[in-house]
Ligand binder design. Sequence first.
Ligand SMILES: [Zn+2]
Length: 288
Amino acid sequence: MRPELTTRQVRDGIWQITDMDKNRAYLVCGQERAVLVDTMEGIGDLRGCVEGLTDLPVTVALTHHHHDHVGGAYQWDEVLMSATDDGFWEAEAADHRVVLPQLQERFGLDATDACPGCYPVVQGSRPAVRHVAEGDVLDLGGRRIEVVELPGHTLGSVGYLVQPDGLLLSGDAVTPVMTLFYADSTDIDGWEATLRKMQGLDFGTFMTGHHDREFARGDLASWVELAEFSKMDRGMHWVNDSLSYLRGQLHVMSPLDMDPDSEDFRGLIEREKPREHHGRRRRRSAEE
Ligand SMILES: [Zn+2]
């Protein structure tokens, strides 16, 4: 079976594209050009899918460096991303090569050599990168996209704010299971500052890299509450199923019987904490 992509129109001229592992990309069309925000894992012919939706020239814009956002980018010559998040391509491709056979087995997908065009990371070549930063504007004709820096999940994460729609495409900057356990994640305070910045931006809804749901700007209060909760909570040890070197300290604010896949779930994973008395350890390392 070939890896499939599904599409769903979420606004006039805006589509959500979903791969088989439920990663999301967004195609935003203006009158003169289109922007593809994120490219998912790299299972499926994303470029063919996009060209089936629009004849406009397409610019690819990435929210951050993770493999489940940059995989399809290998079908294009050039992408936009923050300078801070550029430079992780080899590490992400290595993670993709671990995840890909797992996905092929789980979904009964064709082998890599039997399916040309299906697996861009291993079949294509890495795109050139043009850097974007806070305040950059992409003019699509009748629509514009503003770059908003949203550090937290990764230090160089950005969101793409579509105007005049008031729709923020925020990648993994704010998610029901918030992940701040990566080496280049900020601490909880750094992410909370991003949440408060977002609360002051001019948008009504935001959409993430992994969910169907449109979240409201007002929902951000529940994540501020999660940040405050997580700073007080001792938490529990957590290890990722697919990539076992990923581990951290999990804080669950939702009732323990709530499905973590629910879009109403609120949990946060930060980097592992030492087992010793936290206050003492932190003071000592601050002196080093
Ligand atoms: Zn990510």
